[in-house]
Ligand binder design. Structure first.
Ligand SMILES: [Zn+2]
Ligand SMILES: [Zn+2]
Length: 218
């Protein structure tokens, strides 16, 4: 059972991808929760960047989240991480940290320019990490490098995601995933989640777009 399955009704109404000033975000946990509450967003997930060798105190972040839960009893606040896929298909995060949060997600950032390796590692990440809840900004790596993807390979990955209950993130910062990936995902019954890669309180305006997508879908 993945954490998201307990919060199904908030998948497209919550904000499931948020960074704080512990890494490259501009605002504190408390500031972000205040804005979420003001905008009547029912759920916020803090998916902070991590490495195996962390440069900040993860315990402090978890304490901030606990404090925010006390301050905002009507807001669902999830702890999380965004772990980078390494070239061998493992994740750049310690076991201890991935197990300590509610909502771990994975993403491609720096990675070799090799579509075959990308597909191979995607499969490995989804199969070997029972705690992983979602694929963040799907396709961003291919988009940035101008690399092609084959529909057959993507279909294979989407089927695996469906089988392992891994969410496909709808990310409005990058307008991803690609339209045809979303259509295929919906046909295959892959579950979508709204995560806009929020890095400051002003980014919450994007959330409106997500709501619009939801209205269209309903
Ligand atoms: Zn990212
Ligand atoms: Zn992010």
């Amino acid at each position: 059972m993945k954490t998201w399955q307990r919060y199904r009704e908030y998948l497209l109404r919550g904000e499931w991808h948020v960074h704080t000033n512990y890494t490259d975000g501009k605002n504190t946990v408390e500031e972000l929760c205040n804005v979420a509450e003001r905008r009547r967003i029912p759920l916020i997930a803090f998916t902070e960047h991590v490495r195996k060798n962390l440069k900040y105190n993860f315990e402090d972040l978890l304490e901030d989240i606990d404090r925010a839960r006390e301050e905002h009893p009507s807001l669902i606040i999830l702890s999380g991480i965004e772990a980078k896929v390494l070239p061998d298909g493992t994740l750049d995060v310690s076991d201890e940290i991935i197990k300590s949060v509610d909502y771990p997600i994975f993403a491609y950032h720096s990675f070799p320019n090799d579509v075959e390796q990308y597909m191979r590692t995607l499969e490995r990440v989804i199969k070997e990490n029972p705690f992983i809840n979602a694929w963040a900004h799907p396709g961003l790596f291919l988009l940035k490098r101008g690399l092609p993807s084959s529909a057959i390979e993507i279909e294979h990955i989407l089927k695996l995601m469906k089988e392992r209950n891994v969410l496909l993130e709808l990310n409005h910062k990058y307008n991803l995933p690609f339209r045809d990936w979303i259509e295929r995902a919906e046909q295959l019954g892959v579950t979508l989640v709204c995560g806009d890669d929020i890095h400051s309180i002003s980014n919450f305006a994007r959330f409106q777009e997500c709501m619009n997508v939801r209205v269209v879908r309903e």
